[in-house]
Design a protein around this ligand. Structure first.
Ligand code: AMP
Ligand code: GLY
Length: 422
C-alpha cells in the first residue's frame, strides 16, 4: 500500500516502524518527518496542516491511505479535504477533532452521552475563574480550553499560581476550572470507524518532567505497556477495557455519530481511576506520544489493516488486534530547558551503540541532519524504546541504551516503569 504519514514526531516514527515491521512492501512517505524517518522511509516537506496541499500531493502520488499523526492537521480540517476527494484517511474531521481541540466541546459531548468525567466550569473572565476556583477549592485544576501543546493544564495547591495560569490562558480564549481527581492514570487507545470501536492495549504515561512526578507538565516523558496492576482492581485487563468501551468510548462515538460528526481515527481516552470509578480527564483525537511507542511494538496484527478498516468503515468485520506478551518501556530524552525554552542545535551521538542493546529501538522526534551530524531541533528529542520479557528487563535495556547516548544538557526521567519492575 502507498501510505502517507503526516507528522514529525516520535509517535509518527513509531507508526512508520510498525508499518515497516509488517514486511508487506508498503511504500511509506512521511511529511514532513525528521532525521529518523528520513533514514527509514521517503520524506517530503509538505505543510501537513494545509488540506489542499496534502490532498494534491496524495492525488498526484496515488496515496491509498493517509495517517494523520498530530492534532494540528486534524483541528485544521485536513481529513475533511482528503475525504471529500475520496482518499482513505485515518483521522477525524475538524468537527469531531474538537473532542481534543475544545475542552468545552468535549465536556458537552460527555454530558450528553453520560460519560463520567470531572465536574468543570467554563470561565471567560478572571472574575468567573476566581469564583470557580474558590468554589472547587484546592488542589486547583485550570485548563486552557483550546490546543496548548501540553502546556494548558495546571494542577496546583497555590491559589496565586492557579490565578496566574488562568490569567495567561484567558488572553487566548476561555479556561476550564475542574474538580481535582485522584488516582492512577491510564491511556487507552481505541480505533474507531465512526460507529464501532476497537481497543488497543492500555499504557501509562509519565507527564511530569521530573522523577517522582515532580516539576511541570510536559507532553510526556516516558511510558510503559501493558499495565499489570489493572487486573488487581478489575479482575483482568480485558474487564477494564470492556468497562471503558461500554461506559466511555461507545457512548462518545455514538453521540458524535448522532450529531453527524463521525469520529474516524484514534480515540485516545485519558483516564483516571478514582475511588468512585473511572473518569475521563481528556480525550485526544490521535495516537498519544509517548504511549504509541510502547503500544505499537507489542501489536502483532498488521497496523495498516486496522487503520484502513477504520478509514473505510469496516472495523466491525475485522478481528480484534493481538498483542505480544512482551512488555515495552519508553524513556524520552529531552533537550536542556524543556519544556519552557529548549536549547536546540546540539549534536546527538551514540545512537549506534544504543541500538546495539537487545530489544531497543529509537523513535526520533526533534532530530535533523546538519552537515552529516545528527542534531536536536526541539524539546522532546527522541524516545528510547525497549521490549523484554519483564519490566525489569525492558527497563534495564532502555536505561543502558540511554547511557550510550550523548546530548549536552539533555535530561530524562530515571523512574519510568520503576514501580512495575519490582
Ligand atoms: P490533560 O492535558 O488534560 O491530560 O492534563 C494533563 C495532566 O494533568 C493529566 O495527565 C493529569 O495528570 C493532570 N490532570 C488533568 N486534569 C486533572 C484533574 N481534574 N484532576 C487531577 N489531575 C488532573
Ligand atoms: N502523552 C499524552 C498525549 O499524547 O497527549
Amino acid at each position: 500500500m502507498r501510505i502517507l504519514v503526516l507528522g514529525s514526531g516520535a509517535r509518527e516514527h513509531a507508526i512508520v516502524t510498525a508499518l515497516l515491521r509488517e514486511d508487506a512492501g508498503h511504500h511509506i512517505i512521511a511529511a514532513p518527518g525528521n532525521a529518523g524517518l528520513a533514514h527509514d522511509v521517503e520524506v517530503v516537506s509538505l505543510d501537513a496542516t494545509n488540506g489542499k496541499v496534502v490532498t494534491e500531493y496524495a492525488l498526484e502520488n496515488d496515496i491509498e491511505l493517509v495517517v494523520v499523526g498530530p492534532e494540528a492537521p486534524l483541528v485544521a480540517g485536513v481529513a475533511d479535504v482528503l475525504r471529500s476527494h475520496s482518499i482513505p484517511v485515518f483521522g477525524p474531521g475538524k468537527r469531531a477533532a474538537a473532542l481534543e481541540g475544545s475542552k468545552t466541546f468535549a465536556k458537552r459531548i460527555m454530558d450528553e452521552a453520560r460519560v463520567p468525567t470531572g465536574r468543570a466550569v467554563r470561565a471567560g473572565t478572571l472574575q468567573e475563574a476566581t469564583a470557580s476556583l474558590d468554589e472547587f477549592g484546592a488542589p486547583y485544576v485550570v485548563k486552557a480550553d483550546g490546543l496548548a501543546a501540553g502546556k494548558g493544564v495546571l494542577v496546583t495547591d497555590s491559589r496565586d499560581a492557579a490565578l496566574e495560569h488562568a490569567t495567561y490562558w484567558l488572553q487566548h480564549g476561555s479556561v476550564l476550572i475542574e474538580e481535582f481527581l485522584e488516582g492512577q492514570e491510564v491511556s487507552l487507545f481505541l480505533l474507531s470507524d465512526g460507529h464501532t470501536v476497537m481497543p488497543l492495549s492500555p499504557a501509562q504515561d509519565f507527564k511530569r518532567l521530573g522523577d517522582g512526578d515532580t516539576g511541570p507538565n510536559t507532553g510526556g516523558m516516558g511510558a510503559y505497556s501493558p499495565l499489570p496492576w489493572l487486573a488487581d482492581r478489575f479482575g483482568s485487563e480485558a474487564d477494564f477495557v470492556e468497562e471503558v468501551i461500554e461506559t466511555i468510548a461507545l457512548p462518545t462515538v455514538r453521540q458524535l455519530a448522532k450529531e453527524d460528526t463521525p469520529f474516524i481515527g484514534l480515540l485516545y481516552a485519558g483516564l483516571i481511576l478514582t475511588e468512585q470509578g473511572i473518569r475521563v480527564i481528556e480525550f485526544n483525537a490521535r495516537f498519544g506520544d509517548p504511549e504509541t511507542q510502547v503500544v505499537l511494538p507489542r501489536l502483532r496484527t498488521p497496523l495498516s489493516e486496522l487503520l484502513l478498516a477504520s478509514a473505510n468503515g469496516s472495523l466491525s468485520s475485522h478481528a480484534a488486534p493481538e498483542f505480544s506478551p512482551e512488555v515495552a518501556v519508553t524513556v524520552v530524552l529531552a533537550s536542556e530547558g524543556y519544556p519552557e525554552a529548549p536549547l536546540t542545535g546540539r549534536e546527538i551521538t551514540g545512537l549506534d551503540e544504543a541500538l546495539s542493546v537487545p530489544g531497543v529501538t529509537i523513535a526520533h522526534a526533534a532530530t535533523a541532519r546538519l552537515d552529516g551530524r545528527l542534531v536536536a531541533t526541539g524539546g522532546r528529542v527522541l524516545s528510547v524504546v525497549a521490549t523484554g520479557d519483564s519490566f525489569a528487563e525492558a527497563r534495564s535495556r532502555a536505561y543502558e541504551a540511554l547511557g550510550a547516548i550523548e546530548l549536552e544538557g539533555a535530561r530524562y526521567r530515571h523512574d519510568i516503569a520503576e514501580k512495575v519492575a519490582r
